[in-house]
Design a protein around this ligand. Structure first.
Ligand code: PLP
Length: 387
C-alpha cells in the first residue's frame, strides 16, 4: 500500500489539467488544435547555451558536483539574484535546484513542519497546494480580487492568519494573472511577515518577463533574513527542459538545504551546470525572450479589446493573459471544454488556479504571433456564438 505522504500530494486525483490533457491527446491524434494551455516556449533554447552544453559534455564534465551547486554556477546565480532582487547576493546565499519547482519544494520543506500552516495567495501556480500537501502542511488560500488587478490585500491576509502560520507564498509576476505586485502591496505583506515572524516564499521565476518594475520583497527593509526567493532558468533563458533553478535565502537556511540535496538530487548534472553558468554570465536569450513575450502580450490584449463581454485584469507580465469570460459563461470549465470542442483551442480554466480566477480562462502566449492571431479569431467566434 502506498504511503499517505505520496497519495496525499494529489488528494483528489484531479489536478486541473484535464482540458489540457484532452487538447494534447486530440492534437497527437492529428486534430488542428491550438494549444494555449501550457507555459512552455514554442522555440528552442538559445544556440549559444546549447553550444556551451555541448562543449561542456565534450570536456570531462561527467562527474559529481558539490551539493549546493558548482561554485561557478552559484556565483552566476548570485549575480542574477542581485539583479532580480535588487540587493547584493553572495554565492553562499544560493542553492542550485532542479528547476523552480524543486526550489519551491525545498523552500516549503525548509520552513514548514507537518501540521504547520501557510497562506497561499491566489490565483496561484497550479502545483502550490500539492507542494504544501507534500510537506504535510496545511494552507489557507487568500484570493486577490480581479477588480483589484489581482494585487494581494493585507486585510484579507491578516484575516487568514492562524497561531501556527509559518509562511506566506506569493508569485510576482504572477502565473496565471500576469499581475506584477506593486511596492505598496509588497510592503504591507512584509509588515505582516515581520509582525508575525513569518517566512515569505517569493516565487519570481517570471522576473525578466514583467511589464512594469519587478520588485522583490527580499529587498524591503528587514526582509532578507525572512525571505526565500524561488528562481529558475526555465522561463527567462528558454530552458524549461533543462531543469535548473535556484533558491536565494539566508546563509544558514542554504546550509540546511544542502542536506535536502544530500537525500534527493545528490548534486546536479555537471555539464548542464556549466551551460547554465555560461548562459547566466552572458544573459543568453534573456532580452530577446522578454521582447517576444511583450509583443505577444500586446497582440493578444489588442485582439481581446474588441471582444464584447470579455475583460482583462492584471496582465502586466509573465507568459499568460487572463480573460474574464464570466459575462458569457460563469462556469469556466464548461467554457474551456466548449472552446476546445467547437473551435479547437486548448486553454486552462481559471478555477484550476483558485476561486478568484473562476469565471476566467488563462491563455498562454507560448505560440508564434500568427497562431495567436488565429486563436483570437476562433475565440471571438466562439464567444459571439455562445449558447
Ligand atoms: N513557479 C511558477 C509560477 C511557474 O509558473 C512555474 C512553471 O510554470 C514554476 C514555478 C516551475 O517552473 P520550473 O520548475 O520549470 O522552473
Amino acid at each position: 500500500k502506498p504511503s499517505k505522504r505520496i497519495t496525499g500530494i494529489v488528494p483528489s486525483g484531479k489536478d486541473g489539467w484535464e482540458v489540457h490533457s484532452a487538447a494534447w491527446a486530440r492534437q497527437q491524434a492529428g486534430e488542428d488544435i491550438i494549444m494555449l494551455s501550457v507555459g512552455d516556449h514554442d522555440f528552442d533554447t538559445p544556440s549559444e547555451t546549447i553550444e556551451a552544453c555541448v562543449n561542456a559534455v565534450r570536456g570531462s564534465n561527467h562527474h559529481y558536483t558539490p551539493l549546493p551547486g558548482l561554485p561557478r554556477l552559484r556565483k552566476a546565480m548570485a549575480a542574477a539574484s542581485t539583479a532580480c532582487t535588487g540587493i547584493e547576493t553572495e554565492p553562499d546565499e544560493i542553492i542550485a535546484t532542479q528547476g523552480g519547482q524543486a526550489a519551491l519544494y525545498a523552500a516549503v520543506q525548509t520552513v514548514l513542519d507537518p501540521g504547520d500552516h501557510a497562506i497561499v495567495v491566489a490565483p496561484y501556480y497550479a502545483t502550490y497546494p500539492n507542494t504544501f500537501s507534500a510537506a504535510g502542511a496545511t494552507f489557507t488560500v487568500v484570493e486577490t480580487p480581479a477588480e483589484n488587478g489581482f494585487q494581494p490585500r493585507a486585510d484579507m491576509i491578516r484575516a487568514a492568519l492562524k497561531p501556527h502560520t509559518r509562511a506566506i507564498l506569493i508569485n510576482t509576476p504572477n502565473n496565471p494573472t500576469g499581475a506584477v505586485y506593486s511596492r505598496e502591496r509588497l510592503e504591507e505583506l512584509a509588515d505582516i511577515c515581520k509582525e508575525h515572524d513569518l517566512w515569505l516564499l517569493s516565487d519570481e521565476v517570471y522576473w525578466t518577463l514583467g511589464g512594469g518594475e519587478h520588485i522583490s520583497p527580499r529587498s524591503l527593509p528587514g526582509m532578507a533574513e525572512r525571505t526565500l526567493v524561488i528562481n529558475s532558468m526555465s522561463k527567462s533563458h528558454g530552458m524549461t527542459g533543462w531543469r535548473m533553478g535556484w533558491l536565494t535565502g539566508p546563509t544558514e537556511m542554504i546550509r540546511l538545504l544542502t542536506d535536502l540535496n544530500l537525500v534527493t538530487t545528490y548534486g546536479l548534472p555537471a555539464f548542464i551546470s556549466i551551460a547554465c553558468a555560461e548562459a547566466l554570465e552572458n544573459h543568453y536569450g534573456v532580452k530577446e525572450i522578454a521582447e517576444r513575450y511583450a509583443a505577444r502580450r500586446a497582440l493578444m490584449l489588442e485582439a481581446v479589446r474588441g471582444m464584447n463581454d470579455v475583460t482583462v485584469h492584471g496582465s502586466q507580465g509573465g507568459m499568460y493573459v487572463m480573460l474574464d469570460i464570466s459575462a458569457i459563461e460563469p462556469d469556466d470549465e464548461k467554457f474551456a471544454w466548449g472552446l476546445l470542442d467547437k473551435e479547437k483551442v486548448g486553454v486552462m480554466p481559471g478555477s484550476s488556479f483558485g476561486e478568484a480566477a473562476a469565471g476566467h480562462i488563462r491563455i498562454s502566449l507560448c505560440q508564434p504571433e500568427p497562431v495567436l492571431k488565429e486563436a483570437a479569431l476562433r475565440l471571438r467566434r466562439f464567444a459571439s456564438n455562445y449558447r
